[in-house]
Design a binder for this molecule. Sequence first.
Ligand code: NDP
Length: 445
Amino acid sequence: MKLLESIREKVVAMDGEQDEFIQAVDEVLESLEQVAAKYPKYVEAGIFERIVEPERQIMFRVSWVDDNGKVRVNRGFRVQFNSAIGPYKGGLRLHPSVKLGTVKFLGFEQIFKNSLTGLPMGGGKGGSDFDPKGKSDNEVMRFCQSFMTELQRHIGPNTDVPAGDIGTGGREIGYMYGQYKRLRNDFTGVLTGKGLTFGGSLVRTEATGYGLCYFTDEMLKAKGNSFEGKTVVISGSGNVAIYATEKTTELGGKVVALSDSSGYIYHEKGIDLKLVQQLKEVERKRIKEYVKHHPDAQYHEGSTGIWNVKCDIALPCATQNELDKQSAETLVKNGCIAVAEGANMPTTPDAIEVLQKNGVLYGPGKAANAGGVATSGLEMCQNSARYSWSFEEVDEKLKQIMADIYKKSSEAAEEFGQPDNLVLGANIAGFLKIAEAMYAQGVAY
Ligand code: NDP
């Protein structure tokens, strides 16, 4: 459609160097062609032009002092993309690769993901090119305090509620929350993923990985299948990968491979999760250390090699564009029946095409990994009510939300003539709610 093409051209003209953002916009606009034809009122109200432009983009200097007394400078970002249905909500990524375009792609995806959860949360994302790896706890603390000293003026429990992402786990959230509270003298749930002793929710740590498995289970069930007896490969070995491994195992699958940015491990008899948690969560070591404890396991340099491991189900849970066309072809050749994304945009567009053409069930990140933000939404509810639910209560709500997301996405795919195309379904189902809210609120922003 001409309109969507011209919007894309404008985005490229303005931000052509932000390739990840363009990739995310392309995927969504492509899915919305029929929506634009069916709802001319959204075209007239400029919803499509407006939705690709962030409401606000904040960039700031973060200076801090390392353990040797040297001054270090990083760049901080917060992109407040869309607040049509609620306060901005989305994580903070701390990784040397973070640029404005990275944060924009993640923030854009977050709009639709948050909408799919059914909870009142707008879309935003932030982060910094700071690398927590190899830094002492004190250095991480000083960075987080400096980062929050600026960020605090832009956020608030009814304005913008950040959370974790790559490189931002419980330790970082704790330091940031402490600094926020000190500066604002305000004990509100302005960050989610907090520790359980100061307003965190049970299941938040596990939520993205668990939610991914609940979603994948729905996808499999719809085809009369399940995790039972399946061999599963999961990339990454961080928060999402660890709890996806735990839930996969609980649901009867066997996880045989995990990775980090240096390489991957293969353990035919099944990954020893307790050991991975000790190495990654407690000792913050590399995944290759695993084979020292399990000589029957193998370590291979290079993280993308993980997709050569034969499996029934693949769950990419590390980072964007980690599963390319060639890897998708290998998965198909090896008989993989389902791919569901724990990470954001881990599968390249040509790889998605290969999977879909070959009938592999494919669950896009904005639907499959929405369990993390959904549980953050539940943390916000508990903070507002000054109350906390039990593990079972939160887990049950999470399970229900993931089942609803699957249902909404597959029904929209069906309605728009491409049953099983969950990319199309998730984009449309997420978009329609936002579009209606933006339409109702007029064009003043
Ligand atoms: P963590 O920092 O806990 O773990 C990230 C994992 O991915 C690590 O094993 C890391 O390896 C690996 N990784 C990171 N960058 C690369 C890279 N460039 N190449 C290969 N491997 C890499 O992050 P999370 O588990 O929280 O996040 C993983 C993914 O899930 C991200 O895409 C994130 O946006 C997404 N996500 C996370 C949510 C959450 O609640 N945490 C919610 C929804 C989505 P190494 O240690 O070597 O860097």
